[in-house]
Every structure is written in C-alpha cells, then in structure tokens.
Design a binder for this molecule. Structure first.
Ligand code: AGP
Length: 610
C-alpha cells in the first residue's frame, strides 16, 4: 500500500512533497521518489529503502520545480529496488506516473506494448500504465489518461504529470479505482494525496475521489470527470483532525504516543453518545437503519487483523447484551466461502483506515448477496468503508500513525459496546443506566494501567530474548490474547500465539518449557478459576507465567512468575483495560530488540490491495 502525494502551485515543490511523504511513510517504506517538471523536462530522484535515503540524495543533489509528484512504496510487483521505485517515466520520457494498487492484466498489456516497441526498465505493473498513457498522449493529458483507464483491470490510484502542456503549464491528472485518493484545496495551489494526514499541514478542505473518478488539477482549478470524460460534482469536506495530532508529541515513537492517548481517545469515543441518566445511546445517522437493525436475525461482522480481534469481542458484547447472533469473518475469507446472506442479515465492517481492500470487498459482497444494511465502525471520515455503508459508528481515536494499531483497537471496543447497547434498545429492551454508567469508569482505569508502564518495561527487559511467547485468555479475553500475540509478532518479530486457555491441554501445552513465557489474562469472575488452573498447568511444566490480573498479587503468586495488576471494570469493558499492558509489553520488547516499532518490516498501515 503505497503513499501518493502531488502539488501544483508556486511554492518550491520538493520540500512539500517530502513533508507529505513523511506523513505517509507508514503506508510503505521499500523505496521513495519524486518527479518534477524543470525546463520542460521530466526530472526524477529515487532511492531504495526508507524516505531518509531519498532525503539524503536530494540534499546532495537538490531538485527544484514548481509542480511535482512524490511516492513511497510497498512492493507488490517487482522487488524493493531503485529500478522499481516510483515515479515511473514512460519510454518516451514525456510523463511521470505514481501508483498505488495492483493492475491484474498488466502482463498482456505489457506484452502488447513491448511487441509494438515500447521499452520497459522495471518489473512493475505501474510502468505499463505510464506507457499506456504515453501511447495515447497527443498534447492533452486528460483524454490519454481516460483511454488508459479503459484498458486497466484491478485496483489503482495513480497520478501523472507530463511535459505535454509546454513550459510553465502546471497540470496533474489522477484516477481512482479502489485505493483511496483525495484532493486538497488551496488558494492558487492544489494538493493530492492517498490519505488526509499528508494534507493536514496545508489545508483541511478536501475532496474524496470516488471509484471511477478522473481528476485534473491546476493551480487555479480542480475538475473531476467520470470514466467517459463527463464532468461530475464532488462535494468538498472539512477534515476535523489538526496537524498537531499527527506529530509525535515528544514521544520516542508514534506507537508509544498512541498507547498513551487511549484514555482521551476512549473518552472522546463515548462522549456525547451516552445519556448517563437514562442509559440512552445516541448514534448519529442510525435512524436510517434502525428499522432494519430491529428486524435483523443476525449480524455478519467483517474485518482483518486487529480489527478482526475487535470483531470477536463485539460478538461477545452483542450476543450477550442484545441477544442477536453474530458471525465473525476475516474480510479475506468471507466472499470465497459463499456465505448465507438474506434480508435478515446486517453486515458490519470494522476498519481503522476504512480502506482495507479485503474488508471492503467483503462488505460489498454482503451487499450484493442481499444484506439488509451495511454498518461501518471506522476511524477515518470520508473513507471508503463509511461511504459504502448506510451508517457509521466513528471511533474518535484521531490519526493513528504507528503501523501497529493500539488506540484504534480500544476505541473500536468502546464503539462496539455502544452499538450493542443501541441494538439492545432498538430491539425492544429498555435503556439501562447501569450499563451506560460502566463506561464512565474507563478513563480512570486506563490512566492507572498506563501508570504501570515502568513495571512492564522491566518484564520486557527480562524476556525480550525469548524465541516464542504464548498468550492465553478465556471468553471475552480470548481475542485479547490473540491481540497481544499479534502486537508482539508485528513489533518484535518474535513468534507468538494467542489461544483460548482451555484449549492449551489439547496441544499447545506441548510447547511449554522453561524458556517459554506464557501471558495469561486472569480477570473478572466468570472464568477466573479456570484460567488460574491453566496457569497451574503451565507452572507445573516450568513454563514462565506472566499473569495479567485484577486480583492481589498474593492470589496468583503461587503460579505466576510475573504479575501485572490491572484495575477492575465491568466484565464487558475489561478487554479495553487488559490489552494495554500487552501493547506496552510488545512495545518495550520491540525497542529492546532494536526493531523499528513504528514501521515494522514488511508491514503497512492500511492494506489497500487484496
Ligand atoms: C494491526 O496492528 C495491523 N496494522 C493490521 O493487522 C490492521 O489491523 C489490519 O490491516 C486492518 O486494518 P484496518 O483496521 O485499517 O482495516
């Protein structure tokens, strides 16, 4: 999932492009590059690896220009290398193109172009688009881009600039089919980017392009067309994030900053949506779907990665509190299993970015198969998931820059709790002030667990050399065990698995030895004794038990080597508190092992291709 930026205007373009790429680097860091038009020529500068390599190259050979494109890459077609770095220049040197996505029919197109004498310098699908546009370029970039789009199959967000308009003519043409692309509106200057974070420092007025849109921006104009070249209206929106939120705020890493922002993020997510006196939940925009929610016979909840773990907690909450059956599916699996969808099904897509292709395609499949409604739980206003849905519960986590999702996860759990209470209400139950009131205890509980970071750092120091970890949880905390394992894998590259604690004796217990740290989540009443006996099973085999518990240390010290105390809150909200020590453990183990915790290898923040 690459990052795209572009600018037309009077200001020196390269510093603007680099600033935008800096804010998009979490989308991919295999290579980076910029292209400008200078003296009627296309000039590029590219470097393999992180953005700092490109910055160093530009420091030693500065590049000037007034309009340009920038790209940070997550490799799909063609290995991470300078040769495959974007921007791609066509074989005739008349245009430069940057792209995010995958062209599924690039090989037959490449073969045809090569047979007609077009040269190729890279292994990328993107270079095919560049030559396709150049093939039809006859002075005007827009019709050439429209013609190229008609031949493409797959996912693409691309932008192209050319020398066609002659010296001094500034124009960028961009097209979107799948991955996100938005325009930033300025006064005598315009921007484009894959993600609002890259524009915040310059403008809050943006236009989100729809699938099939082709846009042309010049310093004084922004036009959007459909695939046949007919003008279309696109409403400008004002972003509600501010640039400061997208900075590190004095923390060493975005991940640590975002872990410590969870108290505020959770508070912001339920603030103004709960009437604590009556227990009423107020979800903006749900009046349109409430009838269908009331009539629903089951929910299909669709998500990937950390959001899928939130979906598993959501199943627990909705089935317990609203007595509505919930099926949870990985976005990448859903449509290929021919799910049984009828008018009794409401589909819920959970996605921090709102741009995860697997989740989006599952949501669209549910719609096509006849789901009564689509609901999104999402953190990014204007993102695709919110646009294809009938209603959205926004998580108010603010921009999440660290690739490993933390505050978005805890706010997703709170949003799902609100959704469960809302479903309970529209399905005929009276609002319950006690259930609503439980939320009010969360901020203080989060502050207390965040204050135990020093102890967790000590535990990380003792076990950061471990080769494997096991995470155990039961009931509503089983997904938290999965999430703890995922965070450790993502951040430290240690092999880790999450398991329902009761499942251990059916196999994974064979892994237990004196070098295997086992993190066990032992909180609440319902299954505490069961988890305690699972800790005893590990202890009996000399495994290392790290207990996350709301009990006094004495209660577990007979079976635990390490104890992480967490405050007790309502059982349904305990996962919001229990995950924080696991995030901190993963963070400090990762830092101790010298891993790049904000940009772990091979990962990207939002996965916009299937
Ligand atoms: C989590 O830390 C990862 N970044 C990843 O698993 C992520 O949760 C997944 O790609 C889903 O992203 P989304 O919530 O933006 O759809």
């Amino acid at each position: 999932m690459c990052g795209i930026v572009g600018y037309v205007g009077d200001r020196p373009v390269v510093p603007l492009l680099l600033d935008g790429l800096k804010r998009l680097e979490y989308r991919g860091y295999d290579s980076a590059g910029v292209a400008v038009v200078r003296d009627g020529e296309i000039v590029t500068c590219k470097a393999e690896g992180k953005l700092e390599n490109l910055v160093a190259r530009l420091d030693s050979a500065p590049l000037a220009g007034s309009h340009g494109l920038g790209h940070t890459r997550w490799a799909t077609h063609g290995a991470p290398s300078e040769r495959n770095a974007h921007p791609m220049v066509d074989a005739r040197g008349r245009l430069a193109l940057i792209h995010n996505g995958i062209i599924e029919n690039f090989l037959p197109l490449k073969r045809r172009l090569a047979e007609e004498g077009w040269a190729f310098r890279s292994d990328t699908d993107t270079e095919v688009i560049a030559n396709l546009v150049s093939e039809r370029l006859d002075g005007d970039l827009l019709p050439a881009v429209l013609a190229a789009c008609r031949q493409l199959e797959g996912m693409y967000a691309f932008a192209v600039l050319s020398t066609a308009g002659g010296d001094g003519h500034q124009e960028i043409v961009a097209a979107r089919q799948g991955p996100p692309l938005l325009l930033g509106l300025g006064d005598g200057e315009q921007y484009l980017a894959s993600d609002p974070a890259a524009l915040l420092a310059h403008t809050r007025d943006v236009v989100f392009l729809e699938n099939g849109d082709v846009a042309r921006i010049t310093p004084r104009s922004v036009e959007v067309f459909d695939g046949s070249g007919e003008p279309v209206e696109r409403r400008a929106q004002r972003l509600d994030w501010d640039p400061v939120q997208a900075d590190k705020g004095g923390y060493r890493h975005y991940m640590l900053k975002e872990i410590h922002e969870q108290t505020q993020a959770v508070q912001d997510t339920f603030a103004g949506r709960i009437d604590f006196a009556t227990g009423e939940v107020l979800l903006e925009g749900f009046a349109a779907v409430d009838e269908r929610l009331a009539a629903a016979s089951r929910l299909h909840v669709l998500a990937c990665g950390t959001s899928w773990h939130a979906a598993l907690v959501g199943k627990f909450l909705i089935e317990e509190l609203a007595r509505l059956p919930v099926e949870v599916d990985y976005g990448s699996e859903y449509r290929y299993r021919h799910p049984i969808v009828d008018e009794g099904v409401v589909a819920v897509g959970i996605s921090q970015s709102g741009e995860t292709a697997d989740t989006l395609s599952a949501m669209q499949a549910a719609r096509e198969l006849g789901a009564a409604a689509l609901v999104a739980v999402c953190n990014v206003r204007g993102s695709e998931a919110t646009r294809i849905s009938d209603a959205t519960v926004y998580t108010h986590a603010g921009p999440e820059i660290g690739v490993a999702s933390t505050k978005a996860f805890t706010t997703q759990l709170v949003a799902l709790y609100l959704l469960a209470l809302h479903l309970r209400r529209v399905r005929g139950e009276e609002p319950d002030p006690a259930l609503a009131g439980e939320l009010a205890h969360l901020p203080q509980a989060l502050d207390r667990v965040l204050a135990s970071e020093r102890e967790i750092r000590q535990i990380a120091r003792r076990y950061h050399r471990a080769r494997d970890f096991l995470f155990l949880g039961r009931g509503i905390n089983y997904p938290i065990a999965l999430e703890g394992a995922l965070k450790l894998k993502e951040i430290s590259y240690i092999h880790a698995e999450g398991y329902p604690a009761g499942e251990m004796k059916h196999g994974p217990i064979a892994l237990i030895d004196p070098d295997m740290p086992v993190v066990a989540i032992a909180t609440g009443e319902r299954v505490y004794d069961k988890v305690k006996s699972n800790m005893q099973e590990v202890h009996a085999r000399d495994g290392i038990v790290i207990a996350v518990t709301d009990r006094d240390p004495e209660d577990v010290e007979d079976v635990a080597d390490e104890v992480i105390r967490v405050p007790r809150v309502a059982e349904w909200l305990q996962p919001v508190v229990n995950v924080v020590p696991l995030q901190l453990l993963a963070y400090h183990v990762g830092v101790r092992r010298g891993a790049d915790v904000d940009q772990p290898r091979n990962l990207a923040k939002s996965v916009t291709v299937e």
